[in-house]
Design a protein around this ligand. Sequence first.
Ligand SMILES: NC(=O)C1=CN([C@@H]2O[C@H](COP(=O)(O)OP(=O)(O)OC[C@H]3O[C@@H](n4cnc5c(N)ncnc54)[C@H](OP(=O)(O)O)[C@@H]3O)[C@@H](O)[C@H]2O)C=CC1
Length: 311
Amino acid sequence: MSFHQDFFTLNNGNKIPAVAVVGTGTRWYKQKETPENVNSELVSQIEKALTLPGIVHIDAAEVYRTYPEVGKALSQSKKPRDEIFITDKYSTQLKVTENPIVGLDTSLERLNIDYVDLYLLHSPFVSIEKNGFTLEDAWRQMEKLYKDGKTKNIGVSNFSVEDLEKILTICEIKPQINQIEFNAFLQNQTPGIVKFCQSHDIVLEAYSPLSPLQKRPENSENDQFYKFVESLTIKYSKTEAQILLRWVTRRGVVAVTTSSKFSRVQDAQNLFTFDLTDEEVEEITKLGLKHKAQRLYWNEEYDKYNVQSQN
Ligand SMILES: NC(=O)C1=CN([C@@H]2O[C@H](COP(=O)(O)OP(=O)(O)OC[C@H]3O[C@@H](n4cnc5c(N)ncnc54)[C@H](OP(=O)(O)O)[C@@H]3O)[C@@H](O)[C@H]2O)C=CC1
């Protein structure tokens, strides 16, 4: 079976792999980082992922406290740096480092690399009171990091239309990416965000693309959505996860996934040996929208949008 990889083109002309196969948050997240709690399972998972063909996309963030694992796996890998796509995020919510410039300088040093491929503001919840700077100041720092070549691309995460409008009003460099929670059961994290980003040439990334598998309703075997996905697994000889990841990419969105099982990481890296028809993409969208919103993150901030999220 020949290997084929898909990419999206960003508004600065750079390319990003359509799937990030090793998210290092969620199931790998740590409250505290100590020399004793380096997770060897995660090191091994990243190491194995870095033996896969193509450009391997790793999603990191300072708040995950998994730099020791990512750094160790990178140092042991023989994959050339230009075949690894590394995303990192500045923590706006918890003050791990002083500001985005200090944040990225710190992670580059800790990961022992010269640049990341993508640096994101983890959330729009920035204020003088909490962070000591405004959202606009944070973005200007991101632009400096981009101009200094410390990151090839810059972007945001969990931003609503209003948050992006604030940045678009003042920016010299437009965000390339908005990473949001997106899957068949949550098709707009905040009102109108998918259409807005797609019409402003900001590529979306979907975290929790497998939310319908992570949390299944009771009697899912009788549910039309799951029955349809099941029929596609048979038609294409693919797993449910592969069908749902492929749907995300067919919606024009980068899928950010993770797994404790190497076979699932491998399946995600090897996603483009099949395709869904336009009708199948539309049917997953339609059946997904029949479900009430399933939001796993940022509930306090965004549960108020649950009805609009499934419109
Ligand atoms: N910017 C942000 O605010 C956020 C970013 N993220 C990023 O996105 C990454 C991925 O997020 P995550 O929500 O974990 O992504 P996914 O929706 O892809 O979920 C991954 C989980 O789904 C499980 N899974 C895979 N296949 C199946 C299956 N067939 N049935 C049941 N469960 C299955 C895996 O379990 P198993 O290990 O058993 O395979 C794994 O734990 C994070 O690690 C992080 O890097 C995540 C949340 C917020």
